[in-house]
Write a protein that binds this ligand. Structure first.
Ligand SMILES: [Zn+2]
Length: 149
């Protein structure tokens, strides 16, 4: 059964995002005029006249800016068996202007400021992306030992 995902919906504008995920890459739209990343995916550039958007691969590494623990199944197709799940807002190292909403890998306590890395995985019939704390092997024992987050 697929796990709930917080990634952008499969629209024509977000297509290149999902093409990247399928190739185990995090790709974001970047302005050819000034180099700024533009997130959320849109049809065109919203700040530099005449520029275009170019999908650029970035490292799926960043820091948890904030999080929400979801206790009610609200996403389409989700059920009570799918919760609780944690949604994180990740500031990406390679695109500091972007805060990407994502899913925290099950089993980890969310802590603001935690360094995380994107992990690509098969979510039923499609590739998906979730975030796991860096050095999770060392940290998880501490977190499981009773962090109050
Ligand atoms: Zn620009």
């Amino acid at each position: 059964m697929a796990v709930p995902s917080f990634a952008p919906p499969h629209t024509v504008y977000a297509g290149p995002f999902w093409d990247g995920v399928a190739a185990n890459e995090l790709r974001l739209p970047r302005c050819t005029g000034c180099g700024a990343f533009q997130w959320y995916p849109l049809a065109g550039v919203d700040h530099c006249a005449g520029a275009t958007l170019e999908w650029t691969s970035v490292r799926a590494v960043g820091t948890i800016f904030t999080f929400t623990v979801v206790r009610r199944p609200f996403l389409p197709g989700s059920s009570k068996a799918d919760v609780p799940i944690t949604s994180v807002l990740v500031e990406l190292d390679d695109a500091p202007s972007v805060r990407l909403v994502g899913r925290l890998t099950d089993g980890f306590d969310p802590v603001i400021g935690t360094r995380v890395s994107g992990e690509f995985f098969d979510n039923d019939d499609r590739r998906d992306l979730q975030f796991t704390p860096l050095g999770a092997g060392e940290k998880s024992s501490r977190l499981n030992g009773g962090s109050d987050g």
